[in-house]
Design a protein around this ligand. Structure first.
Ligand code: PEP
Ligand code: MG
Length: 875
């Protein structure tokens, strides 16, 4: 028979997967002989079984729960439901990873109309007993039965008013009996049955509620944001009650062994005299700093400090502890590794290494790679954020906090930026013509578009906060107004965005600038020591390149050459090239473009100082570049000697039903070889010149995108080789260069061995590969993915986190096939997944040579790569 329930004394710290974090720690503290109210844990497997059994707790599990309860009765010397001296318990959820989205605690479970009388007599404190019962009814109704708290708060307020009571504590036992009668009446009215009087029914309902809470919407969102699998389940902890509200020698509090915001050493926390845990959390009364306990109850404080130190030394990590003092006796209710800000995490990791408590490897493993975002981007001031009103949320497309005035066009945003205003650019979706407005903005909010949409990719590159795909917004760009969450926002109104959580706030929330201290450098140094994966960056401009190199990039893994033409003075030229219909006209347009490109390549080679750069040839889905603005159309018409109508007609001719699968990538070079010719000239000339001028050892890497067939690659490659050799000859140079391809079409992955005959390297373009493998658009998936999360079909956005079981198989297979054909083939990834920690771990396991990601994610990738290498070495 499986074991579904463990007494605290039967568990251990390393049983987290089965007992959840809280359960494992309660067991460990019991083993350490600390003062822990005893109890038992219903396992995470019981939770999984509950779901597998059609949301039912089987008889076997129920029997084991009641058996454990009997054992607890023996330990405590009290009986559950006893009419004289009842055993009361708390019920709490506790998953492997602590999860704020889940069920709140239920206290005082086990009371009923009869037991409360005995409890009043036994404690000699009727007021306390009835208060405990009314709190229990309220919590049970709210947390287990999901009745609104407002019913109960209303009743309490009414009675307080009728009795002339200012605080809850002014109510007498008799007043509280009245409250209880009314609570029970409203329960009966709303639930259609009496408030459960059988403590075992109360207990089983509470256990079920904890299991159910694993799947509530808040928990699902939290899991998706934190990469927690849906099949882990939560454990339930049932623990004997101790009371912090038994008078002035009782109290309750929470404390951290180090400051969770800054990481500074020293106890940090607060407590309330004569209170239960919920009073601290609810913020009804103002708690006192923990150090005051030394004056109020010196003995307790001494014992508390000894145990706190013992726990930190035992777990070798900063602890977050809950405690209660019942009539002068101290109890610990739980301990766990404390949640902390990113700066605190780094400070604590370094301090623990310096104190000799953990190794550098352990320090690396403990950090949350994703949270490094907080160090590199502005964040909201925590106090200001608490007061902020969330009006909506969407995809966390580019991290950082931003607050500013709303503008609806790139031009308005740019002008406002020039006036010194802080700007939030709000668009239906962005396109290359918005680039300058995007540059001017602190934050970008779009109605459409996924994690790899134009707005998301460009914002991440620039390090600007972006929330994308907020379909709930009703926008009227012309009238310069949008509606969201019942609010109407017009041009010039303030809103705030959190690009790390996807939340949108009303008003101007104070932000705090990023600051990277010396400890960050230490952590990165350690990470570099352990990792085997190289980390490159996706950068298209000299400025982004310089920034990425500062953040530790070891080269460029993807230079999207079309992005070089986004600036206002360049975009008309690429449009002219796209709209030209003769080879001569196209070559003329290209001749105007190439000097810009060559100059950028040169500047980037200079910044890179010999580090490699993979230049990806033109790939744009053409719809991203065709002009839509009448002024742009007119300007282009003038430049090309055409009428605006003729330009419009040409744009119409270019219309594609499905541009993402249309005339883009290497298909452009197959139809217009002159594009590849011109780009080759720009790359090779730039490389030769910088090599000669600066002496760097430059070996250009030329990457042909969207290949699905060896012959297609060969066709373009021949053009590249012919041109490169001609340029070398002209310049008298013997420069080497490599030609490779992206693997971003499933067919290329399937035939990777053939493709490797022509390709010296592969870079996995997992944005397109995901799009084409799933068969849904990277720009539109946001519209329906939410329904997929709700229906539990998918748990996370496959454009943000690599789908290892599907797309990952293609990556793994293509890597193997590529290596089988060409043993020294270089393998990398340059889709957005290159900066996602779980995807980086996958790339490590598959044996890629490098990952490439946007500049601000380079430190995340360095840390994640080190974590993957350390984890592997420990297996
Ligand atoms: C990709 O498809 O993964 C990629 C990196 O290319 P792009 O996003 O430019 O299509
Ligand atoms: Mg692509």
């Amino acid at each position: 028979m499986a074991k579904w329930v463990y007494l605290f004394k039967e568990g251990k710290a390393d049983m987290k997967n089965l007992l959840g974090g809280k359960g494992a720690n309660l067991a460990e503290m019991t083993n350490l002989g600390l003062p822990i109210p005893q109890g038992f844990t219903v396992t995470t497997e019981a939770c999984t079984d509950y779901y597998n059994s059609g949301k039912r707790i089987t008889d076997e599990i129920q029997t084991q729960i009641f058996d454990a309860l009997s054992e607890l009765e023996k330990i405590q010397g009290k009986k559950f439901g006893d009419t004289q001296d009842p055993l009361l318990v708390s019920v709490r959820s506790g998953a492997r990873a602590s999860m704020p989205g889940m069920m709140d605690t239920i206290l005082n479970l086990g009371l009923n109309d009869v037991a409360v009388e005995g409890f009043a007599q036994k404690t000699g404190n009727p007021r306390f007993a009835y208060d405990s019962y009314r709190r229990f009814i309220q919590m049970f109704s709210d947390v287990v039965m999901e009745m609104s708290k407002t019913f109960f708060e209303g009743i309490l307020d009414e009675i307080k008013e009728a009795k002339g009571a200012k605080f809850d504590t002014d109510l007498t036992a008799d007043d509280l009996k009245e409250v209880i009668a009314k609570y029970k009446a409203i329960y009966q009215e709303k639930m259609g049955e009496e408030f459960p009087q059988d403590p075992k029914v109360q207990l089983m309902e509470a256990v079920k509620a904890v299991f159910r809470s694993w799947d509530n919407p808040r928990a699902i969102v939290y899991r998706r944001m934190n990469d927690i699998p849906g099949d882990w389940g939560t454990a339930v902890n049932v623990q004997a009650m101790v009371f912090g509200n038994m008078g002035n020698t009782s109290g309750t509090g929470v404390a951290f062994t180090r400051n969770p915001s800054t990481g500074a050493k020293g106890i940090y926390g607060e407590y309330l005299i004569n209170a239960q845990g919920e009073d601290v959390v609810a913020g009804i009364r103002t708690p006192l700093p923990i150090t005051r306990l030394e004056e109020d109850m010196p003995e307790c404080y001494k014992e508390f400090m000894e145990i706190a130190n013992k726990l930190e030394n035992h777990y070798r990590d900063m602890q977050d502890m809950e405690f209660t003092i019942q009539e002068g006796k101290l109890y610990f209710l739980q301990t766990r590794s404390g949640k902390r800000t990113a700066p605190a995490a780094i400070q604590i990791a370094c301090d623990l290494v310096d104190e000799g408590k953990i190794t550098e490897e352990e320090a690396i493993l403990r950090l949350d790679a994703k949270s490094l975002d907080q160090l590199l981007h502005p964040t909201f001031d925590p106090a200001a954020l608490k007061a902020g009103e969330v009006i909506g949320s969407a995809l966390p497309a580019s991290p950082g906090a931003a607050a500013g005035k709303v503008y609806f066009t790139a031009d308005d945003a740019k002008e406002a930026g020039e006036r010194g205003e802080r700007v939030i650019l709000v668009r239906l979706e962005t396109s290359p013509e918005d680039i300058e407005g995007m540059h001017a903005a602190q934050g970008i909010l779009t109605v459409r578009g996924g994690m790899t949409s134009h707005a998301a990719v460009v914002a991440r590159g620039m390090g600007t906060a972006c929330v994308s795909g907020c379909g709930e917004i009703k926008i009227n760009e012309e009238a310069k107004v949008f509606e969201l969450g019942g609010h109407k926002i017009v041009e010039g109104d303030y809103i705030s965005l959190d690009g790390s959580t996807g939340k949108i706030y009303l008003g101007d929330i104070k932000t705090v600038e990023a600051s990277v201290g010396g400890n960050f450098g230490r952590i990165m140094e350690w990470a570099d020591k352990f990792r085997t994966l190289k980390v490159r960056t996706n950068a298209d401009t000299p400025a982004d390149t310089a920034n990425a190199v500062k953040l530790g990039a070891e080269g460029i893994g993807l230079c999207r050459t079309e992005h070089m033409f986004f600036e206002a003075d360049r975009i008309p030229k690429i449009r002219k090239m796209i709209l030209s219909d003769t080879v001569e006209a196209r070559e003329a347009a290209l001749n105007e473009l190439i000097p810009f490109q060559k100059a950028d390549f040169k500047a980037m080679y200079e910044v890179l100082e010999g580090k490699p750069m993979t230049v990806r040839y033109l790939d744009p889905p053409l719809h991203e570049f065709v002009p839509t603005d009448p002024e742009d159309i007119k300007a282009l018409a003038d430049d090309m000697g055409l009428t605006p109508e003729q330009v419009k007609a040409k744009c119409d001719e270019l219309h594609e039903f499905n541009p993402m699968m249309g005339h883009r990538g290497c298909r452009l070079a197959v139809t217009y070889p002159e594009i590849a010719r011109m780009q080759t000239r720009a790359v090779i000339e730039a490389a030769i010149e910088v090599k000669e001028e600066k002496g760097y050892d430059i070996v250009p890497e030329i990457m042909i995108p969207l290949v699905g067939e060896k012959k297609e690659l060969k066709f373009v490659k021949d053009i590249v080789v012919e041109t490169a050799e001609a340029v070398k000859k002209e310049k008298g140079s013997d420069i080497e260069y490599h030609i490779g391809t992206m693997i971003e079409i499933p067919r290329a992955a399937l035939l990777a061995n053939e493709i490797a005959e022509e390709a010296e390297f592969f870079s996995f373009g997992t944005n397109d590969l995901t799009q084409m493998t799933f068969g849904f658009s990277r720009d539109d998936a946001g519209k329906f993915l939410d329904s997929y999360y709700k229906a539990k079909i998918y748990e996370s956005d496959p454009f943000a986190r690599l789908d290892q079981s599907g797309v990952g198989q293609l990556v793994k297979m293509a890597a193997e096939k590529g290596r089988a054909q060409r043993a020294d083939i270089k393998l990398g990834i340059c889709g957005e997944h290159g900066g996602d920690p779980s995807s980086v771990e996958f790339c490590h396991k598959v044996g890629l040579n490098y990952v490439s990601c946007s500049p601000f994610r380079v430190p995340i990738a360095r840390l994640a790569a080190a974590q993957a290498a350390i984890a592997e070495s420990r297996q």
